[in-house]
Ligand binder design. Structure first.
Ligand SMILES: [Zn+2]
Length: 213
C-alpha cells in the first residue's frame, strides 16, 4: 500500500512526466510499487492499454479473468487488473472518471474496413500502433489480447447489447494505477475518427510515473 493518497501525489516529484501526442503509441516498464497516472487532457480520449509481465511477456493482461475476479464488467477505483496466470498486475487506486471499458477491444485496419467501409482501411488504428511499439520487444500480432480502453464509454444494455457511445470523461480526469509486479505497459492513444470514442477528434494524454512511496 502507498502511504500517500494519489490526490496528494505531486507531479514535481515524479520520475516521468510527458504528454503523449494524439494517435501515438507508448510503452514503459512500471516497476512494482510505482504509480502510473493517465490524464485525459482534453476529454473523451480513448486510451487503449495492455499490460505484460516485464520479465515474462507470456504473462499478460486478461480481460475475462479481470471481469470474473471483480464481478463487474467496468474498470474503476479498486479494480485489480488480472493476468492470464491469475496474478494481480496493477490496481486502480484512483479514478475520477467513473468507469472504463475492457469489452470493446482495439480498433484495427480490418475492423475499420468492416465497420466503416474499405475506403477507411488506410486510417491509422490502435492495432497498428500496438504492433509498431511491440516490435521493440520482438513481439507481434500473436501477443495482442483484449485490452483496457481507459475513458472509452461502452455501456451494456439489459439485453447485453454493447455500443461505443459518446464519452463520460472530461478534461483533466485521471486514473492512477499502482504496479503490483514489474509491468510493461503498452498504450495506443487511439486515432479512431469513425466512432464517438474520441469525440471524433483524437487528442493528447499526459502520463506521469512516481516511484514507490
Ligand atoms: Zn483505437
Amino acid at each position: 500500500m502507498v502511504a500517500t493518497l494519489p490526490t496528494e501525489l505531486d507531479p514535481s516529484t515524479a520520475i516521468y512526466d510527458e504528454v503523449l501526442p494524439a494517435r501515438k503509441p507508448w510503452s514503459r516498464v512500471i516497476k512494482k510499487g510505482q504509480i502510473l497516472r493517465i490524464i485525459d487532457l482534453e476529454a473523451n480520449q480513448a486510451v487503449d492499454t495492455l499490460f505484460y509481465n516485464a520479465h515474462d511477456f507470456s504473462e499478460r493482461y486478461s480481460a475475462p479473468d479481470t471481469v470474473v475476479r471483480q464481478g463487474n464488467i467496468f474498470i474503476t477505483t479498486g479494480t485489480q487488473l488480472i493476468s492470464n496466470e491469475g496474478n494481480v498486475m496493477m490496481t486502480v487506486i484512483y479514478d475520477d472518471c467513473g468507469r472504463h471499458d475492457t469489452l470493446g477491444g482495439a480498433c484495427s485496419m480490418e475492423s475499420n474496413s468492416v465497420r466503416y467501409g474499405l475506403h477507411k482501411k488506410h486510417l491509422h488504428a490502435c492495432v497498428e500502433n500496438y504492433l509498431l511499439e511491440l516490435s521493440k520487444y520482438e513481439m507481434n500480432k500473436r501477443d495482442l489480447v483484449s485490452n483496457v480502453n481507459f475513458y472509452m464509454n461502452v455501456p451494456v444494455s439489459e439485453d447485453g447489447t454493447l455500443e461505443i457511445v459518446d464519452g463520460i470523461s472530461e478534461a483533466g480526469k485521471r486514473v492512477d494505477l499502482r504496479a503490483e509486479m514489474d509491468v510493461m505497459v503498452l498504450i495506443s492513444n487511439c486515432p479512431q475518427i469513425n466512432n464517438p470514442c474520441n469525440a471524433y477528434n483524437p487528442t493528447p494524454i499526459r502520463l506521469i510515473v512516481w516511484d514507490a512511496a
